[in-house]
Design a protein around this ligand. Sequence first.
Ligand SMILES: CC(C)(COP(=O)(O)OP(=O)(O)OC[C@H]1O[C@@H](n2cnc3c(N)ncnc32)[C@H](O)[C@@H]1OP(=O)(O)O)[C@@H](O)C(=O)NCCC(=O)NCCS
Length: 250
Amino acid sequence: MSDPVAVVRPGECHVWTARAVSVPSPALLALLDEGERARYDAFLRDEPRALYLTAHALLRQVTAAQLGTDPAGIVFTTVCHHCDGTPDRPHGKPGLPDSPLELSLSHSGEMVAVALTYTGPVGVDIEQATTRGELPLNVLAAVERAELDRLPESERRAAFIRYWARKEAVLKATGDGLMADPATLTVSAPGRPAELLHWAERVQPHPPVRLYDVETEKDYRAAVAVLGDACRVVPHHVEYSGDGVLRRPR
Ligand SMILES: CC(C)(COP(=O)(O)OP(=O)(O)OC[C@H]1O[C@@H](n2cnc3c(N)ncnc32)[C@H](O)[C@@H]1OP(=O)(O)O)[C@@H](O)C(=O)NCCC(=O)NCCS
């Protein structure tokens, strides 16, 4: 079987998506560092715990393949734009201290996504499109909301999730996260190619924001944003065997 972990080349942004492992194998648990293990242990329910493990194990494995190093030995940093990053535990945008490789991870429902690129700061977001409950429409800009209103009721939820994944990808690439008001960003309509159209109140300058949808499972929507030159997005769907070995789906 082909190697599920491709090499990221300049000008590319690779995005791996995977379903959460159903059984937390010792091989994957052994990859987590002390801080990750503490977060893993703190989850009260099995599903989010497995999702967390899958995301962090996948991040370590695909990153290690690029760096030619041991996945368990990688030291990640976090940078918070809003504080010195130490109120309770390290938090903020994840990165690598001594490498130009940029990274991002996301988890939702039963799926995780990890993005790696050398092009510039990156943000990936994956969202389950089959959630229930009222949509938080206040995260949309006025034009996005008007666009959503024009759609038949049956298409609105999936369209909202597409908007949301695109916006969150941008906010994760810049490192703002949800401390920036998502309604100040306008992204292109769900049926159109992904693009950041406008960001009101954006004063902090940064390289151009490149936004791309990422193909994934039908009940999910995913997007990736990269700050810098346009790049080629290379999606990979991978899965874990019961003993924690990463492989391409059969
Ligand atoms: C980052 C954020 C947008 C993620 O939202 P989400 O939909 O719940 O989660 P996702 O699964 O898509 O992404 C989570 C991952 O984003 C990353 N992340 C966290 N903060 C980030 C930031 N500011 N920028 C980019 N990525 C961030 C982490 O790797 C996190 O994974 P982990 O929790 O397993 O370590 C949101 O949680 C947020 O804005 N948090 C920060 C809030 C903040 O800055 N508070 C101020 C503290 S002083």
